[in-house]
Design a protein around this ligand. Structure first.
Ligand SMILES: Cc1ncc(COP(=O)(O)O)c(C=O)c1O
Length: 424
């Protein structure tokens, strides 16, 4: 007999739930399905030859060192190289005492939660937002409050309104979690003026900002926008960057930049989590920067992803029925599609699977599924060019049929307000 020990789970673990989205995503693995659901980089964008050369050299010349445990803070050469790169490309100041290497940015989110979140603390997130972020916060029993975004990202006035409303009810939030550039899932970027406004708002309430930035290097058009960390004069911003999208996610190698005090605390928290990040991966990442392969390779990735983004946006215009709208990301990996209000993308999901195409339902990106019912996230980086076109064509027919099936029934249930993405 299989015995259950769930009664021994901690209170915290009892609150952890496998998301129903994981069940939906399992269906998308079937080979006949064109999946826009995953959040994966394209494997053709992995610099396998460069990694092979670096690996051979490292094992030949520095084998004992690169296979050994490392310090919790991370390999010094890598942190120095990152500090120089962050200064050069992003205007972010930071030296060794401010940089911690983590096992993916996801670990950065977890460590940050471990250090800052007490049960019932309030974290401000955008709506929609990255599921991995809200899952990390929820696993430390945080309460999430969300602020809507539009084509320019989080709306500062609504943020301010929400924070003061909470304040009047005796509730204060310690921090805001934000993905300012090519946001996952919506693909939108916060303008510099909004970034400044958001920083002013949080400074007035003595809050921290977690700036999660896995995508800003993947810009295809438009001008760079300064990172919130570069605009931050008070060390309120904890900045997360990762090699997952510019080298390969399999190395689980990322970094965070924070004040010395916060960095030290996060380092102590990391010690009990994994002692150190994969040393070998860190040396590969270091060589990838030191040999100047990274910048050359990012250009290749940008070119490939831009082509795929263009194919997808063109296909939307060609195959999506009237009433469907979408974001036009200038970079990153995702577009966000909004259908007419009567369509429920979760209800429609079965039809999409029956037609061999898949997406992630919008509600997955809203804490407690509080919105996004008529929206979906589509990834454009992973499928082949041909599959993007064909998949959007299939999805267009599925949406059209769903609009036909629902027309008149639920009209007006969910109106969009002032361009707010996938209203609530
Ligand atoms: C916004 C965001 N943050 C963090 C991560 C996790 O990145 P990593 O592979 O560095 O853990 C992802 C991955 O897709 C992401 O989209």
């Amino acid at each position: 007999m299989v015995q259950s020990f769930s009664h021994l789970f901690s209170e915290r673990a009892r609150g952890m739930r496998a998301s129903e989205i994981r069940e939906l995503l399992k269906l998308t693995q079937r080979p006949e399905i064109i999946s826009f659901a995953g959040g994966l980089p394209n494997p053709e964008a992995f610099p396998i030859k460069d990694i092979k050369n670096i690996t051979d050299d490292l094992l030949t010349k520095r084998g004992p060192q690169v296979l050994q445990y490392g310090t919790t803070e991370g390999v010094t050469e890598l942190r120095e190289a990152l500090a120089a790169r962050l200064k050069r490309d992003k205007g972010i100041d930071g030296d060794l005492k401010n940089i911690l290497i983590t096992s993916g940015s996801q670990q950065g989110l977890d460590l940050f939660s471990k250090v800052f979140i007490d049960p019932h603390d309030i974290i401000i997130v955008s709506a929609p937002t990255y599921l991995g972020g809200t899952n990390a916060f929820a696993s430390y029993q945080a309460q999430m409050e969300s602020v809507p975004l539009d084509e320019q990202g989080m709306i500062p006035d609504l943020l301010e309104e929400r924070l003061w409303k909470l304040h009047r009810h005796g509730k204060n939030s310690k921090m805001i979690y934000i993905i300012p550039t090519f946001q996952n899932p919506a693909g939108v970027t916060i303008s510099e003026s909004r970034r400044k406004k958001i920083l002013d708002v949080v400074a007035n309430l003595d809050m921290l900002v977690v700036e999660d930035d896995p995508y800003s290097e993947l810009r295809f058009d438009g001008d760079d926008v300064r990172s919130m960390k570069a605009l931050d004069k008070e060390d309120r911003v904890i900045y997360l960057g990762t090699f997952s999208k510019i080298l390969a996610p399999g190395f689980r190698c990322a970094w965070l930049v924070a004040s010395e005090e916060i960095c030290q605390k996060l380092t102590v928290a990391k010690q009990s989590t994994d002692l150190c990040t994969n040393t070998f991966g860190q040396y590969v990442a270091y060589e990838y920067i030191a040999r100047k392969m990274v910048d050359r390779h990012i250009l290749l990735i940008r070119k490939m992803y831009k082509r795929k983004r263009d194919i997808m946006l063109k296909a939307f215009a060609r195959y999506f029925p009237k009433g469907v709208t979408w974001t036009k990301p200038e970079g990153g990996m995702f577009a966000w599609v909004t259908t007419p209000p009567a369509v429920d993308t979760k209800v429609m999901f079965d039809q999409a699977i029956a037609n061999n195409v898949a997406y992630v339902v919008g509600t997955a990106f809203y804490p407690m599924a509080s919105g996004g019912r008529n929206s979906m996230r589509l990834n454009f980086t992973h499928p082949t060019d041909e599959k993007i076109e064909e998949g959007v064509k299939r999805l267009g027919s599925v949406i059209e049929a769903e609009i036909g099936a629902t027309s008149g029934k639920r009209r007006g249930i969910q109106r969009q307000r002032n361009g707010i993405i996938s209203g609530v």
